[in-house]
Each structure stands twice: as structure tokens, then as C-alpha cells.
Design a protein. Sequence first.
Length: 368
Amino acid sequence: MVDAELLDELDDATRAAIEGSDHQAAVAAILGEIEALPAFTALVRDRSRWLAAIQQRFAHWEESWDPALEPRLLLAIAQTALAAHETTAALTALSQAVDLAEELECGVEEIKARALRLPWLPDDQAQAEVVALDARLLVHREVGADAMCHVHLGRAAIYARSEAWDGVRAELAGVGRLALPHDERITWVAYTSQLLLVRMGLRTQQRAAAARALMEAARIAAELGCHAELANLQALVAAFAVRTGSFEAAIVHAGNAIDALAESTILLPQPDPWLGLPLDIAGERQVAGAIRATAEAAIAAHEAGDRTAFLLAVTALVALYLASDRAPEALDALNEAQQAAVDLGDGAARALIRSISESLLRYMGILA
């Protein structure tokens, strides 16, 4: 049985197919509904309810059914797992989808599965996957806008790792040229594209462009009630505010991040492959956990020699301390960060942190 809440959102034809006696038609219709859902954390519950309904229909599997339905189900499971931050389970399902689609000669499903796992693979595996993906695209030239969208976004994520920004721009332009279905998945495309633009702006020192893209991504997350995503984005907006000495704004945005954590249902951290930052507070529920996760992100970025991620994590940490009325600890964090910058031999980072410290002292009324 399908939840009435889900059925109420459907047109008459789709509802009739899902409730009808033709199991294959019902499976295909339910998969279509799942595939139209973007992979946001807020939609995990809907995805899971659709998957529960589809499993009942698959119990009636017959040899005459379209074989592409099996890898499509694995793709639906994988994207649901990614939305729930179950990365290991998602990659396992995607690997199974690749193998099964290749065996059944379901070219579109194989290409989509390869593209979906691309941003999550280690560098060496990702490069091999790009080669395999390109080879499959030479064989299957007409794979549809939905699959090609994932191909472009996956490639863009790989280009972003090596800071090949022209490649990122080209792939995002490729997404823009696609005739994508007019359903909710367009929202996911817009969201991930904005995150890639944030990443590019941060890494190329175009902070104004990064801030604009960050605010747009946060707007999308807020409108959809995506609390886990919003918590991270608001923490980053707060970090931007700290950097400019706008401590009142930083407190507001950090408070919004803390409020979003309280509403989130996600329990596991999962650093975003689109942003490319170690920071992820979405698995926390209280500000103390968010502070701990942010401090750990600063340490990880420092150890990796990632100056951009280090400064973002430090300034986000300051904002979270201020929102918790713990300004002295914010100053301590800045002092520790300044010493870390000295250890790295990064005079510019040290000067920036010192400037923030002085601004914070003036904000606290300690320094004239």
C-alpha cells in the first residue's frame, strides 16, 4: 500500500498506474516519482516511503518485465542513501547498479550510476571512472537530459578538485543547455551548481562571487526546509560575516545554523563533495557538538595545508562561540589559529586572523 499523502500529490494517470493491478506499470510509475525527487535530506522520508511501496511490487517480478527496472531501483536506493548521508551504502548500491546495468546492457542506467558515484570516489578511482564513463558515452550517444546532467555535474566536481575552473565552467554551461524535465530535480541541479560556484569563488579569491552563490544555495535550502544543508550553509555565511567584522550578522547566521540543527533528522556527518570543505556540522543536534565538529574541521584543514578551509572553519568557530555567548573562547580560538598560521609560515593568514581578533576586541569593548 502507498501512503495516501504521497498519492494525493499525483496526477490521475500516475495514481491509477501505481494503484493498478499491473505490477510492472506500478514499479515504473513509482520509480519515476522517486527519480523526480532531488537528493535533499528533507526528502529522505518521502523517498523511503516510495521505496517501501516499490519493494512490495518487486515481489511479483516476472521475466517478461523490462530489465532496466532493476538497475533503476538500485539507483533510487543509492540516491536515497546519499540523501540520508549513508555514503558507504550508496556507493555499494551504485557499484551494483553499474555491474547489473552492464550485464543487462542498460546503457543509460550504467552511465547514470557511474556519473552519480563520480564525486564521491577517491582521486585515482575517479579518474578511472571518468575514462570508463567517456567510453560508455561514445557507445550510447543519446542518454537523455537527466543522465547527462549527472555526467556534467560529476565531471565538474572532478575538475573542481584539481582547480581546473575552465572545466567547471564548461560543465556547468553544459548543464544549462540541457532540456531538463520540469520537476523538482531542477532544484537539485540549481543547488549543486551554486555550491560549485561557491567553491570556485573561494579558491580563486573571488569572495563576493562566492558569497552570492552561498546565499543563493542557502535560500534554496531554506525554501525546501532542508535543515541539514541549511545548518552548514548558515555556518559558512556566519564565517563570511566574522571575516568582515560584522559580528552581529555572524551571531544571527550562527544562530540560524544552530536552529537548523535542532530541526534536522540527519545523524551522520558527510562532507559535501560539491563544496570540497571538511566542515560538516549537520550530524550534530546541539551547539556544543557543532563547535566540536567545526574545531575538528579547522584542525583537519590545517593538517592538510588547506588555507581556505582552515580560515573558513576558524571564522565559523568564532561565530558559533559568539552565538553561544562565549566570546572569550572565540578569542582563544583566534589566538590558537594565529599560532597555527605562524607554524604554516602563512603571514597573510596570520595578519587576517590578527585583524579579526582586534575587531572582536573592539566589538567586546575591550579595545578602543
